[in-house]
Design a protein around this ligand. Structure first.
Ligand code: C2O
Ligand code: CU
Length: 478
């Protein structure tokens, strides 16, 4: 069982204390969002963001600080806030000991700015820079993360939230970014497990941590007032963990998934499931009484853990509020032409307890045993990893449908770059517009999208160990 503890094994009392501390105690946290300095947009001097190492106190104070990699050496990384339609410019300076790149997850971006090392740009060597410069067409909750050796670089902390604000601010009392992650830490030293290529992680569910945090804090706590309406922007930044979340002391609605507003906000009555890379925007009203605590609860193995605690320290005058108004739609959210759409099939195979006997690796047919020896475990349509030719070449404006069969024993979070898609449901209905689809073993699901963004777009599993061991392909729109 993976609990949010980092227990030392030497002392029973300390262990109990630590565990209790991890799940129950709270530190008052200041507001997490800070606003980047304005003013550089019109000049050629981009605002600089430096990828570099740093040290942060992740574990309780009696543990050493954890060495991380972060933007500006910090964790959690900067929260970038921009207006919808604005231009975002950042000069990424690489002071890491290895090459890097920066991907803007979920942004319907111009291809050259997508930040995929090896596909849309060369990885930025140590000591060099890359200027990211693009428009943000959609309001919503996005994030950015390293996209070279992602399994290592994201696990080390190279990510942050990108918040694109609606032109008219929705009616909420506050807006909080909650980045959910788990870290795989050595229980003695509180340092990251440096084996990013572990065979078990790659062949099973991916690299899962033993230390679960919100915004880098194991006891994430906010002071709130009863009656307050908050927008919670949940981002799953974990390498592989699927977060199953519930609310206590809060009444809430899902307003958006993966940055895209829902047509009808749905009142939350069952757990919210977020695969790696996925986001959800919730509006929640604090209904717990003053002196109590409300919680964002992480559900795991039949137990609930405090993912974030909301301490009710006051009461707002205006207690009862109406059902929230929908968020304004983003442009181009429709997926028309499903009947005539181009049909694409994607079979996902491999992994432990799977059915993969052989697959093509670097142009050669290999048995599963040979793949294991190469530390590769997964195939799309019989090929491991990237192919020279794309999965499909689409004409600009064409609608495509991809039927995906998860012929493996594990869940996968399939992320399409550059364009959002809708799931085609039974009876021809379509689901919400999303950029990442969480699929469980044995499922066949179908997505549809309009290929309206030209370029080379990665399509991969966001369980980053899986992406590194075969689950990666691409599409071309010309
Ligand atoms: Cu968020 Cu290709 O990744
Ligand atoms: Cu996967």
């Amino acid at each position: 069982m993976c609990e949010p503890k980092l227990a030392r094994t030497t002392n029973e009392n300390e262990m109990t204390h630590t565990r209790r501390a991890f799940i129950q105690s709270g530190l008052a946290m200041s507001a997490l969002s800070f606003f980047p300095k304005a003013g550089s947009a019109a000049t050629p001097e981009f605002q600089v963001m430096t990828a570099q190492s740093g040290a942060v106190q992740l574990a309780p104070p009696d543990y050493p600080k954890t060495e991380i990699w972060g933007y500006d050496g910090k964790f959690p990384g900067p929260v970038i806030r921009v207006r919808q339609g604005a231009r975002l410019q950042r000069r990424l300076v690489n002071k890491l000991p290895q090459a890097t790149s920066l991907h803007w997850h979920g942004v319907r971006i111009s291809n050259a700015m997508d930040g995929v090392a090896g596909l849309t740009q060369d990885a930025i060597p140590t000591g060099e820079t890359f200027d990211y410069d693009f428009a943000v067409p959609d309001a919503g909750t996005f994030w950015f993360h390293a996209h070279n050796r992602s399994v290592e670089q994201v696990a080390r902390g190279l990510y942050g939230a990108l918040i694109v604000e609606e032109p008219i601010a929705p009616d909420v009392d506050r807006d909080e970014v909650l980045i959910l992650d788990d870290w795989l830490l050595n229980p003695e030293t509180a340092q990251l497990d440096p084996d990013f290529e572990a065979v078990h992680d790659r062949s099973h569910a991916g690299r899962r941590g033993n230390f679960v945090a919100t915004n880098g804090s194991f006891n994430s706590t906010l002071n709130v007032s009863q009656g307050e309406r908050m927008r919670l922007r949940l981002i799953n930044a974990a390498n592989a963990r699927i977060f199953v979340l519930g609310l206590s002391g809060l009444k809430g609605w899902v307003m958006a998934f993966d940055g895209m507003p829902l047509v009808t906000p749905s009142e939350i009555s069952e757990p919210i499931i977020l695969g790696p890379g996925q986001r959800a925007d919730l509006f929640v009203d604090v209904i717990a009484d003053e002196g109590e605590s409300a919680h964002l609860v992480r559900l795991e193995d039949g137990q609930g853990f405090a993912q974030t605690e909301f301490r009710v320290t006051g009461t707002l005058a205006s207690a009862v509020r109406d059902v929230p108004q929908v968020l304004p739609p983003n442009p181009n959210m429709d997926v028309p032409g499903l009947e005539q759409a181009r049909r694409i099939r994607l079979n996902m195979e491999g992994g432990a307890m799977g059915n993969l006997d052989a697959a093509i690796l670097e142009g050669e047919r290999k048995t599963f045993r040979q793949l294991v020896d190469a530390n590769q475990f997964w195939a799309f349509n019989g090929t491991v990893g990237m192919t020279e030719k794309p999965l499909a070449s689409l004409s600009r404006g064409e609608t495509a449908r991809v039927e995906i069969y998860n012929d493996t024993s594990f869940p996968h979070a399939m992320h399409l770059h550059g364009m959002h898609f809708r799931e085609v449901l039974e009876g021809g209905e379509v689901g919400p517009l999303r950029d990442t689809l969480l699929m469980f073993g044995g499922e066949t699901r179908e997505i549809a999208f309009v290929a309206d963004n030209p370029g080379k777009w990665l399509f991969h599993c966001h369980m980053l160990s899986h992406a590194a061991s075969g689950m990666m392909t691409w599409l071309e729109v010309a």
